[in-house]
Design a protein around this ligand. Sequence first.
Ligand SMILES: [Fe+2]
Length: 255
Amino acid sequence: MKANQAPDAILEQEIGQAIARIRFQECQAAFQDRGQTLFLEDFLPAAVVEAILLPEVERLRPRAHRSFIPRHKKSGSISFYTLAKDAPVFLTLYRSRPLRDFLSRLAGVPLLLCPEDDPHSCALYYYTKPGDHIGFHYDTSYYKGARYTALLGLVQRSNSRLVCQLHKNEPGRQVQELELATPPGAFVFFNGDKLYHAVTPLGRDEQRVVLTMEYVTNPQMNAFHRAFSNLKDAFAYFGLSTLFRRPPERHLMRR
Ligand SMILES: [Fe+2]
């Protein structure tokens, strides 16, 4: 990491080096054995995350939209729209071709970016107040194909954990529960329809922030599912304003 390099260039270089360090066959075997879930504790160096991404996390923090669904979820979120407009360094990660190629090889199927009108496609989640959490759920795909979630740890000053129940609803397999801390640079990748997961409640003076990135095997969605998904995102994550917001200008988008 050189001081005079642009943040995007540093990030692209670090992603390439991170993927080169990975023993692919071991990762792929672990991914399949764990019901299409992979956890890499130190995918990106913590120093890189802290130098390039954490200043942006702090800058955006006041703009996080807080949402509370009794008995299910309490946290803050920053949508894809805001990241595309005001913090595109996160999209450098999301759109990284080497990262998407690596994840496609793991999944065994070509993965595509979500359409530009999906506010969830790349987003920041802030767990910053006592009791912030999310209950057990699947990252259900409303797309015509599968949806995979990649999660990068940014801040883990907390005892809150990502709890994963592997093999739930897999006939003949015993459920295995993992409790994962996601420190800066940790990476989790899973098939959203297969991993049942939750985030345990935050204590007082604790912080947990993650970046999530969604990839799909088919970016089409029927109109009913689109409407349901938009409403869910508006109420549970990003606020009603996202329902009436146009996606970012096309010239910002690079595929
Ligand atoms: Fe989730």
